[in-house]
Write a protein that binds this ligand. Structure first.
Ligand code: PLP
Length: 363
């Protein structure tokens, strides 16, 4: 397996293992917008690189102003971070919970960060027949036992959302138990607005809710790092106190402002490409006999067909220059589970063809 740091996107490890150059891999193990960053970001970075001789704005004011406009939310509700991951770490540092709840399978950093900051982790498990959504009664039960609960919306690696009414039940319970409810919406931009199930518009009603979003996936800037949290001013102030000054670099701030000024066609093109290619990949993988979880985000959780496991398939694909994300190590999944990103038509055709050849060779 190549997930030695616990995540996909590790082309350096893959290069060492498969004897290819890191830049030559077709990386289906990280879920990044196949269109690449908007033209506005490229322009801002070309113009803005000269600014690296200055310190970045420690108050992130330009970007906060734009986020405030976009989200229709006061700036006191917003914290800009060095990726969604930093926002999660700041929250745990600010709250110092003794117990953290996770819903498995889920993004491994919830657990990793919780342990890193000294908390005990308590989990409930998604049900396979519910596409790995957990029972709401189990989640509500977990909230009686933990001070912070992480929930992925849509969840990684399965890509499914909880309905808004389920989220409201969970948020109301959080008000009762005083559990801080962290809703990780890192991938929600990949879901068309009409289908998004988000508590963001009703944040005022739920002071225990913290929403975390990433700008690295939708805007394809994971190397720059950028994310933000929205929550009550009190929580935002507590998180800000824990943030290292200048942790968000100047180029990321410039890029972030440019992302929010991207032409509307960038979003439309992304959403229609993802929708079309999701169908292609789901159909193609099902034809090979794989089981595909009907996720709504820009990635798919797949179950391989015996004798293939995620590990043997990853190895065979890796040698052909395609990286897939083994999910065998996720609590609640088995050795057959893997995840692939949804990419461009050309690349997806190549992925399906390569997979076909590999499976043909096995027969
Ligand atoms: C569900 C989820 N949340 C958050 C993150 C971290 O995002 P960022 O790159 O903004 O730190 C990831 C990264 O893979 C993720 O999968």
């Amino acid at each position: 397996m190549i997930e030695i740091y616990g995540h996909g996107g590790d082309v350096e490890t893959a290069a060492a293992r498969y004897g290819l150059h890191a830049a030559d891999f077709l990386d289906y193990s990280a879920n990044i917008n196949p269109l690449g960053p908007p033209a506005e970001v490229k322009e801002a970075l070309m113009q803005g690189w000269k600014e690296i001789i200055r310190y970045p704005d420690p108050g992130h004011r330009g970007l906060k102003r734009r986020l405030s406009d976009k989200l229709q939310l006061g700036e006191e509700h917003i914290l800009v971070g060095n990726g969604a991951a930093e926002c999660m770490a700041l929250l745990l540092q600010a709250l110092r919970p003794e117990t953290v709840g996770t819903i498995e399978p889920g993004f491994s950093e919830y657990r990793t960060l919780a342990i890193q900051f000294g908390a005990k982790v308590d989990s409930v498990y998604g049900r396979k027949d519910k596409h790995y959504r957990a029972e709401i009664s189990d989640i509500v039960g977990l909230m009686e036992r933990v001070q912070v609960l992480f929930i992925g919306q849509p969840n990684n690696p399965n890509g499914v959302q909880y309905s808004l009414s389920d989220l409201e039940v969970i948020a109301k319970k959080a008000e009762q138990t005083k559990t801080k409810l962290v809703v990780d919406e890192a991938f929600i931009d990949f879901i068309p607005e009409r289908s998004r199930q988000s508590l963001a518009p009703s944040l005022g009603k739920y002071p225990e809710v913290i929403i975390i979003r990433s700008m690295t996936k939708f805007y394809a800037i994971p190397g720059l790092r950028l994310g933000f949290a929205i929550a009550s001013p009190e929580i935002i102030r507590a998180m800000t106190k824990k943030q290292v000054t200048w942790s968000v670099n100047g180029l990321a701030l410039l890029a972030g402002e440019a992302c929010l000024q991207a032409q509307p066609s960038y979003e439309q093109d992304t959403l229609s490409l993802i929708a079309m290619e999701r169908t292609r990949l789901m159909d193609g993988l099902s034809e090979y006999g794989f089981t595909v979880c009907p996720g709504e985000a820009n990635y798919l959780l797949v179950e391989s067909l015996a004798p293939w496991t995620a590990g043997t398939l990853q190895e065979a694909m890796g040698r052909k220059g395609i990286l897939i994300r083994s999910c065998a190590m996720y609590p609640g999944l088995n050795q057959h589970a893997f995840r692939i990103a949804i990419k461009s038509t050309e690349h997806n055709l190549h992925l399906l063809e390569t997979l076909g050849q590999i499976m043909e060779g096995q027969r």
